[in-house]
Design a protein around this ligand. Structure first.
Ligand SMILES: [Zn+2]
Length: 225
């Protein structure tokens, strides 16, 4: 078993210099254990009781989750400290190749194509919804204008009024649900998550890369490539 240990913090010499003020002097430990026989590696991260925490990203949801000790992979996106200029973010693989961002731009390229597919799928769904929603509304409107005799409700008594409302209320609810469905825009949610995941791989840069920058494999702000 081979073991590589990376101590990360503002007060230690690591694979990259951490100067962010939200990072503790001794912040976190990343351990890579290599199985000598198979060559397989196991990555782990451990928070060393840092003030502002250690976070890893769930790539399915884009959410950053605070961890004390957890298994990671070379592709894991890590944040030490708060989510602003006082913290730093990087991909775990950067510890092994701190001189370039080749692996990171490959990962970012993967993120771009994954999100394009997801947005395309959502686009198709939105088109379907744009077709269905007006029809639903039209139906509700037509039905609510029908004389109540058509539903078998006759007379003007209180019971007839109550029966009428029994029909009108579900109609209104149907209309309301249709309206909310039309308003809920999942594409916006996806786009926001997508933006947060296009963060520059250079620790401390915090720039949101455009698709063009990812394609060019270079950050326009810090020139990382
Ligand atoms: Zn950058």
């Amino acid at each position: 078993m081979g073991k590589q240990v990376f101590l990360l913090g503002r007060g230690v010499d690591g694979p990259f210099k951490i100067e962010a003020e939200g990072v503790s002097k001794r912040h976190a430990l990343v351990t890579i254990t290599t199985d000598d026989a198979t060559g397989e590696t196991q990555w782990e991260i451990k928070d060393l009781g840092s003030t502002n925490g250690t976070f890893i990203r769930d790539d399915a949801t884009g959410e950053m989750r605070r961890v004390s000790e957890d298994k990671i992979t070379p592709e894991t996106f890590i944040r030490l400290g708060p989510q602003d200029v006082r913290g730093i973010t990087f991909y775990a693989c950067h510890l092994l190749s701190p001189d370039n961002y080749d692996t990171e731009f490959n990962l970012l390229g993967g993120i771009v194509s994954r999100f394009r597919k997801e947005l395309d799928r959502e686009e198709t769904k939105t088109q379907m919804r744009n077709l269905v929603t007006p029809i639903l509304y039209l139906f509700v409107i037509i039905v609510s204008f029908m004389p109540f005799e058509k539903f078998g409700i006759t007379g003007n008594g209180d019971s007839a009024k109550a029966e009428a409302w029994l029909l009108r209320v579900p109609m209104m609810l149907g209309g309301l649900i249709g309206f909310l469905l039309a308003m809920y825009n999942k594409k916006k949610v996806i786009t926001k998550r997508y933006e947060s995941m296009r963060c520059c791989p250079n620790p401390g840069c915090n720039h949101t890369l455009s698709e063009a920058e990812i394609e060019m494999r270079q950050c326009s702000r810090c020139k990382a490539h």
